[in-house]
Design a protein around this ligand. Structure first.
Ligand code: GSH
Length: 238
């Protein structure tokens, strides 16, 4: 083994990592895995105790003992600092450093859990009038409104510079909508921001390599893509 290998479970958040590497201009090998039928296939589960993607193997510094790293935020920081000279991160001296940190972490710490929670509670509830669903819906709208407010007033999440915070977050409004729909009619700022980010050649190249069967124009449309076959979250009584 040599260099960096990215394990990507197709139609999933691992798309962030090839995108980041394309932006950084760092070479990598891409190993694509298919969902089986929803969760990771056995060969991907065997790579890391959590059995989830993305996972990278990095044999750059030790060919005999490749580093194995999971968790997209950790992978992004590792690649930026070990291979990317700190590009796409803002340094502590930057005026927007705190905003960069906040939005980088917001993606996996608040936004993704909010979307998953809504999907799961929808599946458990009797319908959209169910008080359990209404509670999480209110919370999710607050979360989405927070993102909307940010990108309606700034070109990118960290401010005026495109950063890894955008790479971490865009998928929640593109491919993730195959699992949990979000109609962007109410969020014109988010729609404009995802279009700006996904117009980048590095995004297009990464998606073409990792998920050539996904239609990017559908992913970035206002209404969003068709749902993934077998996605959870349909009301239990339907
Ligand atoms: N917080 C983790 C989440 C990883 C995760 O749940 N990945 C999903 C892909 S979207 C996965 O591997 N699902 C299949 C499984 O858990 O078996 C990260 O950001 O890397």
């Amino acid at each position: 083994m040599s260099g960096i290998t990215v394990h990507h479970l197709q139609v999933g958040q691992g798309e962030r990592i090839p995108w980041l590497l394309e932006e950084l201009g760092v070479p990598y090998q891409l190993k694509k895995h298919k969902r089986s039928p929803i969760f990771s296939p056995p060969e991907l589960q065997a790579l890391h105790p959590m059995g989830a993607a993305p996972v990278i193997e990095d044999a750059t510094f030790d060919k005999e003992n490749a580093l194995v790293l999971a968790e997209s935020g950790a992978i992004a920081e590792y690649l930026i600092h070990k291979h990317g000279n700190g590009r796409l991160a803002l340094p502590p001296s930057h005026k927007d450093y705190a905003d960069y940190l906040y939005w980088f972490h917001f993606s996996n710490s608040t936004l993704q859990p909010a979307l998953f929670r809504r999907a799961l509670v929808r599946g458990m509830s009797s319908g959209e009038d169910d008080p359990r669903y209404k509670g999480v819906e209110e919370r999710t709208k607050r979360t989405l409104g927070h993102v909307e407010n940010r990108v309606a007033n700034n070109t990118y999440l960290a401010g005026e510079e495109f950063t890894a915070a955008d790479v971490m977050t865009v998928w929640s409004f593109t491919t993730m909508r195959k699992f949990e729909p979000i109609d962007l009619t109410e969020y014109p700022g988010i729609h404009k921001w995802i279009k700006t980010c996904t117009d980048r050649p590095a995004y297009r190249t990464a998606m073409q390599k990792g998920d050539p069967d996904l239609n990017v124009e559908e992913l970035i449309s206002v209404k969003g893509p068709e749902r993934f076959a077998g996605a959870f979250g349909a009301p239990a009584n339907k």
